[in-house]
Design a protein around this ligand. Structure first.
Ligand SMILES: [Zn+2]
Length: 160
């Protein structure tokens, strides 16, 4: 256990993973039901609300969600970034992210929704905290591969 790889661990002898997950509340909100609960970062954040985590004292801190994503999926390819499916900046659950390029393909923007999808979207938006409704709408647009305006129309009469 006390080989060279542990020399950067904290004075408490914890690994980076142990320090990381100690700062995560796995009992977060459910934004998209099939993805389950968000895992909410409770450690330091930047001004945009994204968690920051220092892998060891020789490195600058990194976005916490990216650390979690790379531990789970391996290093991101150049130009790729994890994108939150759940729209929670502070969420670090790897299954709530997918790798996307900076310029996301938007060719599905005009796809139509099925009645079952419309119902699921209505429920998700109704369940979302008021101040998060806009973010949730954007997340649902990504989730279902449609324009966020389409999601907005679900809430109006267009889909009823
Ligand atoms: Zn999440």
């Amino acid at each position: 256990m006390w080989d060279g790889r542990t020399r950067h661990s904290s004075k408490h002898g914890l690994t980076a993973q142990e320090r990381f997950w100690a700062k995560v509340n796995k009992n977060g909100p459910i934004i998209i039901p099939r993805l389950g609960k968000c895992w909410v970062w409770t450690g330091a954040t930047d001004k945009d609300g994204y968690g920051r985590f220092g892998l060891d004292k020789d490195h600058r801190s990194e976005p916490a969600y990216r650390v979690a994503f790379e531990w789970e999926n391996g290093p991101l390819a150049p130009g790729m970034e994890p994108d939150h499916l759940c729209s929670m900046e502070e969420c670090v659950r790897p299954t709530h992210m997918k790798a996307v390029t900076g310029t996301r393909n938007n060719s599905n923007a005009h796809r139509k929704l099925t009645p079952v999808q419309v119902r699921a979207i209505e429920q998700a938006i109704n369940a979302a905290p008021h101040k998060r409704k806009t973010e949730v709408r954007k997340a649902l647009a990504r989730e279902y591969g449609v324009a966020s305006g389409t999601i907005y129309n679900v809430l109006k009469e267009d889909y009823k």
